[in-house]
Write a protein that binds this ligand. Structure first.
Ligand SMILES: C[S@@+](CC[C@H](N)C(=O)[O-])C[C@H]1O[C@@H](n2cnc3c(N)ncnc32)[C@H](O)[C@@H]1O
Length: 239
């Protein structure tokens, strides 16, 4: 399933609205429960000190922030998403988060406020990746961390046919059975296949003004967590 760029944002939001009640369950089933450990890794990379301010963009049900609050309950957690229904589903489980309905490409926060800005499976969905990272960089304090968790295109090795089989057949079937929506999970597959490699994402993060960019892959190379630091020197992030 291909979502065309013209109406991409509206279509993406409608899709997440449709699966909001089942999103977390499907995530856990599809990843054999590994999703929690990746969120923990995101939080570890965010290097939060007591009283830190963290922003999670495309927060969905706020699971990354939930993990951050478990690791350090002195922090202040802010979640942004443009699909209200995803945040409402999360709010039922977690009310220690300040939720905000907004676009990742125009974050409604001033410059240099957050100690860390994280995202989980957001970047694959935005229409302008450079701008999304530039906005995250702008709102992070100098020295602040930007951490990005997302899927990767299947690696070019002997596992590729098995991974493709899982992505193309098993995942849409799980989507149909557990969320009643095969198309949303076909989109997960097609957007993952067409997505950028962590090496390409690193370059975009660098162009958005970040330093010390590194990444680690998980789950046979199908998941990556990238981390960068906003340098102390000011730059024009959106150019
Ligand atoms: C795959 S879900 C990920 C949810 C959560 N971050 C997680 O780790 O499970 C992607 C989320 O990003 C949101 N999203 C996609 N594009 C967005 C944008 N341009 N601005 C704000 N939120 C966006 C969607 O509404 C959805 O809730």
């Amino acid at each position: 399933m291909i979502i065309k760029d013209k109406n991409k944002a509206a279509n993406i939001s409608a899709m997440f609205k449709n699966i909001s009640g089942r999103y977390d369950l499907l995530n856990t089933i599809m990843t054999f429960g590994r999703d929690k450990s990746w969120r923990k890794h995101v939080v570890k990379e965010a290097s939060l000190k007591p009283n830190a301010l963290i922003l999670d963009v495309g927060t969905g049900t706020g699971k990354i922030l939930q993990e951050a609050l478990i690791s350090n309950n002195g922090i202040k957690a802010f979640g942004v998403d443009f699909t209200l229904e995803m945040m409402l589903a999360g709010k039922e489980q977690q009310d220690n988060i300040s939720w905000c309905c907004a676009d990742a490409l125009n974050l409604p926060f001033p410059d240099s406020v957050f100690d860390a800005v994280t995202s989980g499976y957001l970047i694959r969905n935005v229409t302008d990746i450079h701008r999304a990272f530039a906005e995250q960089t702008r709102t992070a304090k100098p020295g602040g961390k930007i951490v990005c968790l997302d899927t990767c295109p299947p690696p070019d090795n002997f596992l590729r046919p098995f991974i493709l089989l899982y992505l193309k057949l098993v995942i849409p079937m799980l989507g149909l059975v557990f969320a009643g929506n095969k198309n949303a999970y076909r989109y997960l597959t097609s957007s993952t296949e067409a997505f950028k490699s962590p090496e390409e994402l690193s370059l975009i993060m660098k162009n958005a003004g970040l330093d010390n960019i590194r990444f680690r892959k998980f789950m046979f190379g199908t998941i990556s967590i990238l981390c960068g630091t906003r340098p102390s020197l000011q730059r024009n992030f959106l150019s």
